[in-house]
Design a protein around this ligand. Structure first.
Ligand code: T5A
Length: 226
């Protein structure tokens, strides 16, 4: 397949409840309206194998194994996800929109979990090879506002292991994301996620248009296969 048909890879990152899933869905709809085939996906998970690992991680079952084991499990899930979902979709010319990706491991397991940066880098290399997002949207929100949103949504559900971390953890997490965005401005754009959903979506759309020019992308028929 000619390489110019390769789709674009967009990732959403940020703390809990910043609106990643909400905005990923809105962006997918807007791209589809342009005739662009879109594959939405998420991490941890996004492929059958990775979804099994997601359950192990988010249930807290892996916590007693320690931060290194958790980092390895996130990497294992990502490798399966890249191989079985992301790369095949990009090769078909689809645009892939992923709710969390490798930056989440850099932040949660690296900056906050204190796994050595060299270990994080090696795991990332194994999991993703040379794949790199064309654009990473970092949704930035004061911690209290983000947790309030997630709590509201999860009122009836059990909080997952990572949402139970202390508020200070989430504050550091926000800083770690801002640091990544500052270090990689060509790839990352920080968006103020504190505004209304529609306003945030418009800000994201402006960035996607400016950086990836969807209006110039070839039309690609989206298939129904996962
Ligand atoms: N993790 C993940 C790691 O530690 N390492 C890794 O490598 C990876 C990949 C994933 C957990 O795993 C950790 C990080 C996470 O702790 P998850 O269940 O996938 O867990 O949780 P999150 O990714 O954090 O997703 P959330 O669902 O909590 O947050 P989102 O997707 O950012 O938020 P969203 O869109 O679901 O919105 C939350 C609520 O806010 C409302 C929505 O309607 C919803 O109710 N909302 C707004 N309200 C007002 N104004 C707006 N602008 C709003 N936008 C959304």
């Amino acid at each position: 397949m000619p390489s110019q048909l390769r789709g674009r890879f967009i990732t959403f990152e940020g703390g809990e409840g910043t609106g990643k899933s909400t905005q990923a869905a809105i962006l997918a709809d807007r791209l589809r309206a342009f005739g662009i085939g879109v594959r939405t996906t998420r991490e941890p998970g996004g492929s059958p194998g990775a979804e099994i690992i997601r359950h192990v991680l988010l249930s807290g079952a892996a916590k007693p194994l320690g931060v290194h084991a958790e980092a390895i499990l996130f990497a294992a899930a990502r490798e399966d996800h890249v191989r079985h979902t992301i790369e095949p979709a990009l090769k078909k010319g689809l645009w892939v929109i992923c709710d969390r990706f490798a930056d989440s491991t850099r932040v949660y397991q690296g900056a906050l979990g204190n796994v050595d940066g060299r270990v994080i880098k090696r795991l990332e290399r194994i999991a993703v090879g040379s794949l790199k997002p064309d654009l990473t949207i970092v949704l930035d929100l004061p911690v209290e506002a983000g947790l309030a949103r997630a709590a509201q949504r999860n009122a009836a559900a059990r909080r997952d292991r990572f949402e139970e971390e202390a508020i200070d953890f989430h504050r550091k997490l926000r800083e770690a994301y801002r640091d990544i965005a500052e270090q990689e401005p060509d790839r990352c754009v920080v968006i103020d996620a504190g505004k209304d959903i529609g306003i945030v979506a418009d800000a994201i759309w402006a960035v996607v248009n400016a950086r990836l020019r969807p209006a110039e992308a070839p039309l690609v028929i989206e298939d129904v296969a996962p």
